[in-house]
Design a protein around this ligand. Sequence first.
Ligand SMILES: NC(=O)c1ccc[n+]([C@@H]2O[C@H](COP(=O)([O-])OP(=O)(O)OC[C@H]3O[C@@H](n4cnc5c(N)ncnc54)[C@H](O)[C@@H]3O)[C@@H](O)[C@H]2O)c1
Ligand SMILES: OC[C@@H](O)C(O)[C@H](O)CO
Length: 301
Amino acid sequence: MAPLLSPMARRGLLGRSIPFSLGTARHRRTVMTLPSFSLEGKTCLVTGAARGLGKEFLTAFALSGARGACVDLSLQAGRSSVKHITEHIASQPSTPSSYTPELRAYACDVTSEEQVQETWDSVVKDFGKVDVVVTAAGIVENFEAENYEYSRWLKMFDINVNGSFLFAKQAGKHWIDNSMKGNLILVSSMSSIICVRPQKQAAYNASKAAVSLLGRSLATEWGPKGIRVNSLCPGYMKTDLIIDLLAKEGRHIEEGWVKDVPMGRLGRPHELQGTIVWMASDASSYLNGSDIVVDGGYCCW
Ligand SMILES: NC(=O)c1ccc[n+]([C@@H]2O[C@H](COP(=O)([O-])OP(=O)(O)OC[C@H]3O[C@@H](n4cnc5c(N)ncnc54)[C@H](O)[C@@H]3O)[C@@H](O)[C@H]2O)c1
Ligand SMILES: OC[C@@H](O)C(O)[C@H](O)CO
């Protein structure tokens, strides 16, 4: 069948002509993508982006043309994350030679309202605006409930729930006061829906259930104002958090986890890149108040 459009017209209307490496030379090829997936012109703020999923999300955003703020406890770790992401992007064959992502690091403890406010003000001053906020800062730990120290319970909620709320509140207020459309993505977990086994983690599970319902609550409050709020619920993704947990609990646990995943393996962090870009972009313009589960099928049981 004859093509509906010439290759040149297709490139102009539906794709972007970008350079890619072949040997030592730079050649051009056309990458066909749905334009609404592009994040060009958007500024994305990601908490917990010094490592793990947050870093993966910031990488995906920068690869999609966004500018980005890397927010984490340590400025040094944040700067090293930004450097690593920038080098990674430069090494990708699909990256145009003229493109360097605009990324900056900010030190912030998400449990401090004062620090969250200061960080927000700095990011807005540096970038002029924030379009997308992803709250990936979080912790996990496993203790049986009857022996769970209350101080630990409070810390878990302080980081996972209060930290998410503080950034959500800051972003929501800013977007509403400035009549801006905003996009908030809370990082929840499949543990907001089901109890994983065998590790005992009542506090973590309850904190993630709170995060997801916070997301749906904000979606109803702010939806009429043009602000979308959704939660991402990953299954097991092999980040340092999971590697540390396996080191503590024993490697036999991983075998049990894998049996519980219909796809027969843990997730790789980069496998969330497509989902997070979709959620952050205009491609998901009617998505609001949803929990997006990406877990290899774990929650089907
Ligand atoms: N890895 C998984 O399998 C998985 C699955 C589902 C959900 N999650 C969730 O995704 C999020 C990220 O997980 P990860 O695997 O990348 O973990 P990670 O430990 O690799 O990264 C978490 C990041 O959050 C930062 N952080 C912790 N406390 C903070 C605070 N008070 N203020 C600012 N930053 C803080 C850490 O410094 C770290 O850089 C967490 O909320 C986690 O519950 C992870
Ligand atoms: O449920 C997957 C993750 O949220 C989490 O890393 C796991 O539950 C930790 O045991």
